[in-house]
Ligand binder design. Structure first.
Ligand code: THU
Length: 162
């Protein structure tokens, strides 16, 4: 490594070739995320994302991306699911979120990483509930699991800066 190694940002993640290597509950979450991706309103991008959120009480909330002719008015699947979960169960922490996607109706082979704005929301949720949650990015040929959502966004903005 070069002289900047001291400042290198590293975090662990797990990689799987198939969902069958995960627990049954995780496989169920992936299935639900794939299913709900079909409900995306992805009229403009044809990129349909499905997210399944497992809450600490065992409840599963799903969401898909919702687009708009005024592009920035749309919302990602992850935030649709997390905001709905919070609206229904404001005091229940999140345990896991699974993200999957279809391009032109076909499931994507590679894991799809959440966008920066969703990562910012993940961090807010970890902080507000005082516990981390796992992110599973599920492609059909590769799945990545990260134990703490906040690891995805180093040098993030938090309420203590306000
Ligand atoms: N999208 C998501 O729903 N989640 C992501 O993490 C990445 C992007 C959506 C937003 C938009 O509707 C479409 O995918 C293309 O960017």
């Amino acid at each position: 490594m070069n002289s900047n190694e001291r400042g290198l940002y590293k975090f662990p993640f797990e990689e799987y070739a198939s969902a069958t290597e995960l627990s049954e509950q995780e496989q169920n979450l992936i299935h639900k995320a794939r299913e709900v991706a079909q409900n995306a309103y992805s009229h403009y991008s044809k990129f349909s994302v499905g997210a399944a959120v497992l809450l600490e009480n065992g409840e599963i909330i799903t969401g898909s991306n919702q687009e708009n002719a005024a592009y920035p008015s749309g919302l990602c699947a992850e935030r649709v699911a997390l905001f709905y979960a919070s609206a229904q169960h404001p005091d229940v922490p999140v345990k896991q979120i699974v993200v999957t996607a279809l391009r032109n109706q076909k499931p994507i082979e590679e894991p799809v990483p959440p966008c920066g704005s969703c990562r910012q929301v993940f961090i807010e949720w970890e902080k507000r509930f005082g516990q981390p949650f796992e992110v599973i990015m599920a492609g059909t040929r590769k799945i990545i699991k990260i134990k703490q959502a906040g690891w995805l966004l180093p040098f993030n903005f938090q309420s203590n800066f306000l």
